[in-house]
Design a protein around this ligand. Structure first.
Ligand SMILES: C[S@@+](CC[C@H](N)C(=O)[O-])C[C@H]1O[C@@H](n2cnc3c(N)ncnc32)[C@H](O)[C@@H]1O
Ligand SMILES: [Zn+2]
Length: 371
């Protein structure tokens, strides 16, 4: 294996050489490493500095970058697990070369997660984390982190795969990325709740082709029941932009008050806040003194997430303008006009043209059409 040294944050490690002429360079090397996921890892490092976990399991290590960074940049006692023997050989070499105080385990992630417990557990597979969230929700004492890269099933583009993996109905709509994030959160909660545990989202986001969730795990039937109060459905009109939320175990049949069409339910999914504003504030505070490659993008993301309204859907205001046959004004003007009219309104981190607001559609229309 030809190796090259990479630095992320303040951590050095070796990764196999990739063929950068290929469309997806990580697919050309014997052990997986995706440079474009640096922001995903940077955010977890930043968050862990705020949470101070005592032990961390990187359940699917590959090169071990997450685990090495947790140990080196956050000072956490770290275990890196991997089932592939080439990856384990590289993990051991990386550990000997750069970071000797790491435990490397050659096992299936489900096996180690069923046998042992860690303060924080990170599940970062290829595609969907769904098959691992059962064992992970028992293994994680305080914190559970997971990445999903199966955005097509999560967001409704591959409907049947989404239903199979997440036992939920996604919806391919303007706000599909938010539906995907909320379906994953809802699924993680249902996996935890059967063990009388609940979840509290600390920082969750969707970006490019992945969804990342960071959860605090809570204990006891009461807390699980409390968390389950956030589970429910989004009812979307198939004919117009109208949508509404319903917190419930089973969805009702509902009709669009604007056009009379039968609404389509998506879910079950998480309807509560996807992040904790106190945590975002802490992350923002320590960001300037933290050495991270994607600092500027993180600053922007944290700022947007801090101000993003907690409602479960957003409007693509370009799409609304097209529906109402008007040319769109600047997004900040629309938000300002909504706020000046007494409504709440914000941008969203999911899309540059997304707006969240508690204003009813007829008010949004009035503002978008006002010249
Ligand atoms: C997406 S990569 C992990 C990337 C890494 N965490 C990073 O940030 O660069 C997924 C890794 O999980 C490993 N893997 C897949 N299924 C596994 C399982 N059941 N148990 C342990 N490792 C597994 C694969 O061999 C692969 O190295
Ligand atoms: Zn309608």
């Amino acid at each position: 294996m030809d190796l090259v040294e990479v630095t992320e944050g303040t951590t050095k490690f070796l990764v196999p050489k990739q063929d950068n002429t290929e469309k997806f360079p990580p697919g050309t090397a014997p052990v997986f490493f995706n440079r474009r996921m640096e922001i995903n890892r940077d955010i977890t490092v930043l968050l862990m500095k705020c949470l101070s976990p005592s032990t961390y399991l990187d359940a699917m290590g590959a090169t071990g970058v997450r685990g090495f960074r947790a140990a080196h940049e956050c000072g956490i006692e770290t275990t890196i697990n991997e089932k592939d023997s080439d990856a384990v050989a590289l993990l051991e070499y990386n550990s000997e070369t750069y970071c000797r105080n790491i435990e490397v385990v050659h096992s299936d992630a489900k096996v180690i997660m069923n046998e042992r417990r860690f303060d924080a557990v990170d599940v970062d597979p290829f595609g969907s984390p769904a098959p691992f969230l059962d064992s992970a929700s028992g293994c994680a004492k305080r914190f559970l982190f997971a990445t999903a890269t199966d955005t097509a099933p999560l967001c409704g583009a591959h409907l049947k795969a989404g239903i199979r993996r997440y036992a939920a109905r996604p919806l391919n709509t303007d706000y599909h990325s938010e539906v995907g994030l909320r379906i994953l959160l809802g699924y993680a909660l249902r996996e935890a709740a059967k063990y009388d545990r609940g979840i509290e989202p600390l920082f969750s986001f969707a970006r490019e082709h992945f969804v990342r969730i960071h959860l605090k795990m809570t204990n006891g039937a009461g807390r699980a029941d409390k968390a389950l109060e956030n589970l429910g459905y989004i009812h979307q009109c198939p004919k117009c932009p109208y949508r509404e939320e319903e917190k419930a175990v089973l969805p009702e049949r509902r009709t669009c008050p604007d056009c009379g069409a039968r609404l389509t339910p998506a879910g079950p999914l998480w309807l509560g806040a996807v992040s904790d504003t106190g945590i975002i504030r802490q992350m923002t505070e320590i960001l300037p003194e933290t050495e991270l490659g994607s600092k500027n993008q993180i600053e922007k993301l944290l700022n947007t997430c801090m101000n993003e309204l907690p409602s479960s859907t957003f409007y693509d205001y370009h799409r609304l303008a097209k529906t109402w046959r008007v040319s769109p004004k600047a997004i900040d003007t629309v938000i300002e006009e909504l706020i000046n009219s007494g409504w709440k309104a914000s941008r969203v981190h999911y899309a540059g043209t997304g707006i969240k607001t508690d204003a009813p559609l007829k008010e949004i229309k009035e503002i978008l059409c006002r010249r």
